[in-house]
Design a protein around this ligand. Sequence first.
Ligand code: FES
Length: 105
Amino acid sequence: LTVDPGGQDKNWTGWVGFIPEVLTQLKPSPENAVSILCGPPAMIKFGLVPLSGSGFAAHQIMISLEKKIKCGVGKCGRCNVGRLHVCEQGPIFSYEQLRELPDEY
Ligand code: FES
């Protein structure tokens, strides 16, 4: 658990910093573990770097894309990420699934 710099109060004893920095310092073990990323696309993108660096395989990293859902029933097309429909096939995908998509997604 971490807070952004300046977001801590005098009683805070947890990490301070952005997720990629904290993950780089923490070096979580991929042994019998799964990592779950959710949040803004930039945080997900930069969070993947230290997780991959710590040895997490693509199938051990799960990413939530629920932010892209609008109708939620497969009718509006708002949730398309490449060939995937987030509302019907997600909203949780493995990095293994998403890294096969073109970079623009
Ligand atoms: S949110 Fe409308 S099709 Fe998926």
